[in-house]
Design a protein around this ligand. Structure first.
Ligand code: NAD
Length: 501
């Protein structure tokens, strides 16, 4: 079977179903409906009924239901892992790791929703001392979630679990490459909870576009920056708010005092695990000149022992069209004076890409500027950490980052313009449920995970309640000149000091 045969059935206007295929073999894994605009609208209408019921439960009841869902998934984990392996090509160990970490997020969201979102008192200030001020975060209603294929469980659940825990119903459109995985975990939800508060619609881009226009109260998108712009444009028509989790071009920064073998190990795993198809994957390395040679030889030795193949630690490229993009990046780097110390020109095969480590690649080449989404890494020598931070921040993306430094790790990480950084580890922030996850620039905006991730799927509801009559009657046409004078005096005393001259 050729590469082009591997792609799921393309958007044929008459097609009512499509197949998901095993990217390692091209065999059909499952057949799924192409949901039409009307069917997507119907799902959103059903979700509105479910949202009424779900938002009416208290936090403890929702937590109980989410815990039952989580347990149902864990009890049948081997089934899920097998499906993830067959639909996405992911090695089984990596699939189990992804699913396990996703479950941790369900648990955190379920446990912390009450603490983060319930009504709480806030200070009312001196001028409004007669008021009691309180704030709560309320569910928006129905959340549309559009997901990618590269982490078909962890990534969409970053939105879905937090949206559900905040009291919303969800309609989820998984990637056309991994529809079965999405259907699987939604089915476990309905079995565990007894009601379809989480529904799935399947299909291609038009099904996703229909979800944007179906009257959802917020659309959470994870995927490429280009599609994110289309999603935002479609949602703008109805002023539907969006959360955009898009691509990245993360760097690893290695300081002169770093544990170099650990940095090389982390950089290689960050670059090549999941065949490099990771939004927060490491694609660039900026290494202090004092440890550059040591780093390059350590990563070269490790990478030479790695191989991509059906039963190897690196699986196939899930989306066949990406093979050409990876090849173009590697070739451009080599044509422009770069050298491959591992892999290189022949690394891109029919389904698998061999690990490729590139040095001396110009900063303006596409291998450094654009998301490669393959098991590749460019390594650049820098004179100091200022240069490493400057080159890292020169990207239009700003998703994650890694820093290896014994003394200055957090200081360096703090200067990197990205949503997350890992110090002396790689991708660790994604597995800490209390930390928000998301990017800036072309990596998108808004946050999943943590308290910010719960609030993302809510609206703030503020209430000011009068406790006693105010000393100064300000909000009435009966306000007196004397009240105006006293108010002016009060403001003068409170805020009139501190002018520069
Ligand atoms: P993609 O943009 O091709 O597709 C994502 C989803 O959008 C799919 O479900 C697709 O069917 C749907 N879609 C396509 N056209 C649409 C349209 N016009 N309207 C609405 N929906 C539409 O992305 P992909 O190839 O599935 O995923 C890979 C990308 O996702 C990479 O760029 C990666 O960096 C990014 N990603 C980001 C994160 C993050 O958290 N920031 C996580 C994982 C992946």
């Amino acid at each position: 079977m050729s590469i082009t045969d591997q792609a799921p059935a393309q958007e044929h206007p008459a097609a009512t179903t499509f197949d998901s295929l095993d990217p390692a073999t091209g065999q059909v894994v499952g057949t799924h409906p192409v949901h039409t605009e009307e069917q997507v609208r119907a799902a959103v209408e059903r979700a509105r009924v479910e949202a009424q019921w779900w938002s009416g439960l208290d936090f403890a009841d929702r937590r109980r239901h989410l815990t039952a869902w989580k347990a149902a998934m864990v009890q049948r984990l081997p089934e899920l892992v097998d499906l993830m392996h067959r639909e996405g090509g992911k090695p089984r160990g990596d699939a189990a790791l992804e699913a396990g970490l996703a479950v941790e997020h369900i648990a955190w969201a379920a446990k912390n929703a009450k603490r983060v979102l319930r009504r709480r008192r806030v200070p009312s200030g001196l001028t409004m001392v007669n008021q009691s001020a309180s704030l709560a975060y309320k569910p928006l209603g129905v959340i549309g979630v559009i997901g990618p294929w590269n982490y078909p469980v962890f990534t969409p659940l970053g939105s879905i679990a937090y949206a559900l825990a905040a009291g919303n119903a969800v309609v989820f459109k998984p990637s056309e490459y991994t529809p079965g995985v999405g259907e699987w975990f939604a089915a476990r939800f309905t079995e565990a909870v007894g009601r379809p508060v989480l529904q799935v619609v399947t299909g291609f881009g038009p099904t996703g576009a229909a979800l944007c226009r179906a009257g959802v109260d917020k659309l959470a998108f994870t995927g490429s920056t280009a599609t994110g712009k289309r999603v935002m444009a479609a949602c703008a028509e109805t002023l539907t708010p969006v959360l955009i989790e898009a691509g990245g071009k993360d760097s690893v920064i290695v300081d002169a005092d770093a544990d170099v073998p650990a940095a090389a190990d982390a950089a290689l795993w960050g670059a090549c695990s999941n065949a490099g198809q990771t939004c927060i994957g490491v694609e660039r390395a900026y290494v202090h000149e004092k440890v550059y040679d040591e780093f390059v030889s350590a990563i070269t030795a490790k990478a030479q022992a790695l191989h991509a193949g059906p039963d190897d630690k690196i699986g196939p490229i899930t989306m066949p069209s990406q093979l050409d993009a990876i090849d173009a990046h590697v070739r451009d780097a080599l044509d422009r004076g770069g050298r491959a110390v591992v892999g290189g020109a022949g690394a891109v095969g029919d389904r698998f890409v061999q690990p490729t480590i590139l040095v001396d690649v110009p900063e303006d080449s596409i291998a450094v500027q654009e998301e490669t989404f393959g098991p590749t890494l460019t390594i650049t020598k820098v004179r100091d950490m200022d240069e490493a931070v400057e080159l890292t921040n020169a990207s239009r993306y700003g998703l994650g980052n890694t820093v290896f430094s014994k003394a200055e790790g957090v200081t360096i990480a703090d200067r990197v313009r990205s949503g997350m950084s890992a110090v002396n580890g790689v991708i660790t922030f994604a597995a800490i449920p209390s930390l928000p996850f998301g990017g800036i620039g072309d990596s998108g905006f808004g946050r999943i995970h943590g308290a910010d991730g719960l609030k993302e799927f809510t609206y703030a509801k503020a209430i000011a309640r009068q406790r006693f009559k105010p000393a100064l009657e300000l909000t009435t046409f009966d306000r007196t000149d004397k009240a105006d004078q006293r108010f002016a005096k009060l403001i003068g005393v409170m805020h009139g000091r501190g002018a520069k001259d």
